[in-house]
Design a protein around this ligand. Structure first.
Ligand code: FEO
Length: 394
């Protein structure tokens, strides 16, 4: 594939990774991803904005050769994570005059992670500008989207925002721009849920600051570019600011069918009361889908059987993930079953301290659920429905 022109002298030179199926050895990538890199030529200076994952070195190199790029003045490192900065050492060897531009906090990370020589790095302050001749770059510090050192780069004359991971989507596509908003919405929401959601208070502040910029195009560091920036900025506002929905997310696992019976009963009881439920069997769940469901849910109910007195390990893993991504849900409950003895409720409850949620009474029974257990599940369903109504979850 050739480099693609965005505007005269501005090209997308990144790499599409169709085959990658796991990120950070953790996050499933059902649709691959891309590592976006942008070459911007001004009348006096040439700059590369972000690089690509080191596994895709050949693509970036070919693009720069195709464009006859023999000189770089700057490489902007918006973010130190290696899928964007990993090619810096090679590029600095190849382009002996190039200097890296990054935030002060990013500087140390690039030296630690990639052994970038200190004397090749120039730090930039928040809102600092650099002239490329007829074009101007402005750097906007954007800590915690999703690392502490991150920044965003604004190309003033073109009203083009290079937003780094913010607004990104793990989506391999030959489309330079979003063509199917429904598909990109799903991928961007998954991406937000997995890495941005824990930092939504910071993201809210950055969204406010960005209101002061005229933006025609957003170029994130993963997935297609946005020619209609409001599509993604409004989606982010909804994910960050909207009240939770009248929804329960119910991840569970069942070893001998008892917990499954309880889950099925509770799902019916909630549905009867007008509460939507998203049920996930953790034997085979894509954790990205579970994370996405947690973006909007008002309540998390965890269905867990007991293994060796504690919670089933697969459920513990899901609880750990939910605790890490800090969704805005406001209620949590645990249901399940044990054989002869259990500390599963206490142990699992202790694993989710980050969920600033009211913990509703657990329903935990020995063996198959009996009449009083089903009654307790009805009470739990009624409590959830009532709490959602009181909080105005729609
Ligand atoms: Fe796409 Fe935080 O790296």
């Amino acid at each position: 594939m050739k480099p693609r022109e965005i505007r005269p002298g501005i090209h997308a030179v990144g790499a599409i990774d169709w085959d990658r199926r796991l990120f950070d050895s953790l996050i499933p990538l059902p649709d691959g991803t891309s590592y976006n890199s942008y070459l911007v030529r001004g009348s006096e200076k040439t700059v590369l904005i972000d690089t690509v994952d080191p596994t895709m070195e050949h693509e970036l190199s070919h693009h720069l050769e195709d464009l006859g790029c023999r000189h770089l003045d700057y490489v902007v490192a918006n973010h130190a994570e290696q899928d964007h900065s990993g090619m810096l050492p090679r590029l600095l060897e190849r382009f002996g005059q190039a200097r890296v531009l990054c935030t002060p906090r990013c500087k140390g990370m690039l030296m630690d992670f990639l052994r970038v020589p200190e004397d090749r790095i120039t730090t930039v302050e928040d809102r600092q500008t650099i002239s490329l001749g007829d074009r101007t770059l402005e750097f906007i510090h954007a800590a915690w989207v999703h690392w502490p050192e991150t920044m965003i780069t604004y190309l003033k004359e073109e009203k083009l925002l290079f937003s780094c991971d913010l607004f990104g989507s793990h989506l391999a596509t030959t489309d330079l721009y979003v063509t199917d908003e429904g598909r990109v919405y799903e991928a961007a929401k998954r991406y937000y849920a997995e890495i941005m959601m824990p930092f939504r208070a910071n993201i809210e502040k950055h969204l406010e600051r960005l209101k002061g910029y005229e933006i025609d195009i957003i170029g994130p560091s993963h997935g297609p570019m946005y020619r209609r920036p409001a599509f993604i900025t409004e989606a982010y506002r909804g994910w960050v600011l909207d009240k939770p929905r009248n929804e329960v997310v119910l991840p569970y696992i069942s070893m001998h069918g008892s917990t499954r019976l309880m889950v099925e009963y509770l799902v019916g009881a909630l549905a009867d009361r007008g509460v939507a439920v998203k049920q996930f069997n953790l034997e085979s769940t894509d954790v990205g889908k579970l994370a996405m469901a947690l973006v909007d849910a008002g309540t998390l109910v965890i269905g867990v059987p007991t293994v060796l007195v504690g919670p089933h390990p697969n459920v513990a893993q899901a609880a750990f993930l939910a605790n890490a991504i800090r969704p805005k849900l406001q209620f949590v409950a645990i249901i399940g079953s044990y054989g002869w003895g259990s500390k599963a409720v206490e142990q699992l409850g202790a694993m989710i301290p980050n969920l600033k949620a009211e913990v509703l009474p657990a329903v935990y029974c020995k063996g198959l659920p009996k009449g009083e257990d089903l009654k307790a599940l009805d009470t739990l369903a009624e409590t959830i429905a009532q709490r959602h109504r009181e909080r105005g979850f729609a």
